[in-house]
Design a protein around this ligand. Structure first.
Ligand code: SF4
Length: 360
C-alpha cells in the first residue's frame, strides 16, 4: 500500500507513461516475484491499454523440468538419503509422483529455508547422506556454494548438492532467439541482479535492440522500471537502466559471484517448456565432485511428459497466459494443482488465481 509522497510519485510516473507512450509495447517481467507484485498491486490496470505486461520464466520451481523432478523423487527413495528441498518443490507433480507423495510413503524429505540448514541436518545425521536440491537462479546459488565450501572445511562427507541452478541471461537469449514472442522491453529481475549486476544484460539492447530495466518489487520500483522502458522504447535508445539502485550495482556482488564461480561451472540445463539451453545451468566443479549428487547417484536428465492439458511450458515462454488454460480455476487450483505454475508462490497461474486477473 502506498502512502502520501509515494502516491504522488506513482501518479506522476503513471501520467508520464501515458504522455510518452504512443504505440503497442510488449514488456516481459522475467521474474515470478515481479509477476506476483504486478498482479497484487493492480499495476496492469494503471497503465495505458497499449502497454502490455507478459509473464516470463523467472519462477525457479516452475522451470524445473519434469524429468529433473522425477530424478529427485527417485533419489528420495534411497534408504540412506535425506532429501532437503525448498518448500514449493515438494508439491510439484513429476510424471508419476511428487516429493509429497514420496514423503507420505515414508521417505525422509525435509523442507529447508537455506542450504546451511541442510548442512546442519547432515551434521546431525552422520549415518545418512543428505542431498540438498539446489534450485533457483543466481540468487540462491551463492548460498548453496557457501554450504559446499563449509562442508569441505569441516570435513563433512555425507552432504551432497544436486544442482539444478539456472542462469538468467542465457535463457533470456534463448527466448529472444526463439522468436516465439515479440518483446520491446524486459523488466529484469531485482534479486538476481543484486548478484550479477547490470552488465550481463547488455547484449540485449546491443544485439536485439530491446530495452532493459532492473527493478525492485515495490509498486514505485516497478512503475519507475516501466517508465524507463517506455522512455527507452519511444526514444529508440534501448539500454540497461537500474531502477533498483538501493540494491543493484552495475558490477553486481563480487563476493557472491566469487563464491558461485569457485564451486560451480557453467553447463547445460533443462527448462520446462523451453528445453535444453546450453550454458544456462550451474554444475559442481570437478574438484567438488564428492559433493555432487548428480555424479554420486549418476543422475542424468530424463525425458518426461508434461501433465496432460497443462500449459505451463507456453506460459513460461510468455506465449500464453493462465487464462488460456482450460484447466485454470476448474481442474487446477492451489489446493489441487496440475502444474508447477499453480504450485509455486511465484507461479503465474497461482498469482492469477489469487489476485483475480481476468481477461481484459
Ligand atoms: Fe498448468 Fe494449472 Fe496453470 Fe493450466 S492453470 S497451465 S494446468 S498450472
Amino acid at each position: 500500500m502506498m502512502i502520501g509522497e509515494e502516491r504522488i510519485l506513482a501518479k506522476n510516473l503513471i501520467q508520464e507513461i501515458f504522455r510518452i507512450s504512443s504505440k503497442e509495447i510488449n514488456l516481459m517481467e522475467f521474474c515470478g516475484g515481479h509477476t506476483v507484485a504486478i498482479l497484487k498491486q493492480g499495476i496492469r490496470q494503471l497503465l495505458p491499454g497499449h502497454v502490455h505486461l507478459l509473464s516470463g520464466p523467472g519462477c525457479p520451481v516452475c522451470v524445473t523440468a519434469t524429468g529433473d523432478i522425477d530424478n529427485i523423487i527417485q533419489l528420495s527413495g534411497y534408504r540412506d538419503v535425506i532429501t532437503a528441498t525448498f518448500g514449493d518443490l515438494i508439491r510439484v507433480p513429476g510424471s508419476k509422483s511428487s516429493l509429497q507423495k514420496s514423503r507420505a510413503e515414508g521417505n525422509d524429505i525435509r523442507v529447508v529455508y537455506s542450504a546451511l540448514e541442510a548442512l546442519d541436518i547432515a551434521r546431525q545425521n552422520p549415518g545418512k547422506r543428505v542431498v540438498m536440491v539446489g534450485i533457483g537462479f543466481e540468487t540462491t546459488a551463492p548460498t548453496v556454494a557457501a554450504s559446499v565450501l563449509q562442508a569441505e572445511r569441516e570435513g563433512i562427507k555425507n552432504y551432497l548438492v544436486h544442482s539444478l541452478h539456472k542462469l538468467t541471461p542465457p535463457v533470456m537469449k534463448a527466448l529472444l532467439d526463439s522468436g516465439d514472442v515479440k518483446l520491446d522491453g524486459i523488466i529484469c529481475p531485482g534479486h538476481v541482479s543484486t548478484v550479477i549486476g547490470a552488465r550481463p544484460y547488455e547484449f540485449i539492447p546491443q544485439n536485439y535492440g530491446i530495452a532493459c530495466a532492473i527493478t525492485g518489487f515495490e509498486p514505485l520500483d516497478i512503475l519507475e522500471g516501466i517508465h524507463m522502458l517506455v522512455r527507452q522504447i519511444e526514444s529508440g535508445t534501448p539500454t540497461v537502466e537500474i531502477a533498483y539502485r538501493r540494491a543493484v550495482r552495475p558490477e553486481g556482488n563480487l563476493k557472491a559471484l566469487d563464491l558461485m564461480n569457485k564451486v560451480f561451472t557453467v553447463g547445460s540445463a533443462w527448462w520446462r517448456g523451453i528445453g535444453e539451453v546450453p550454458g544456462s545451468g550451474l554444475k559442481l566443479r570437478e574438484e567438488y565432485r564428492a559433493f555432487d549428487a548428480a555424479t554420486v547417484f549418476q543422475l542424468t536428465p530424463q525425458d518426461a511428459a508434461e501433465p496432460a492439458g497443462c500449459l505451463c511450458g507456453e506460459i513460461l515462454r510468455a506465449v500464453k497466459t493462465p487464462l488460456d488454460c482450460p484447466l485454470f480455476r476448474k481442474k487446477c487450483n492451489p489446493e489441487q494443482p496440475v502444474g508447477p505454475c499453480m504450485v509455486s508462490a511465484e507461479g503465474a497461474c497461482s498469482a492469477y488465481y489469487l489476485y483475480g486477473e481476468s481477461d481484459g
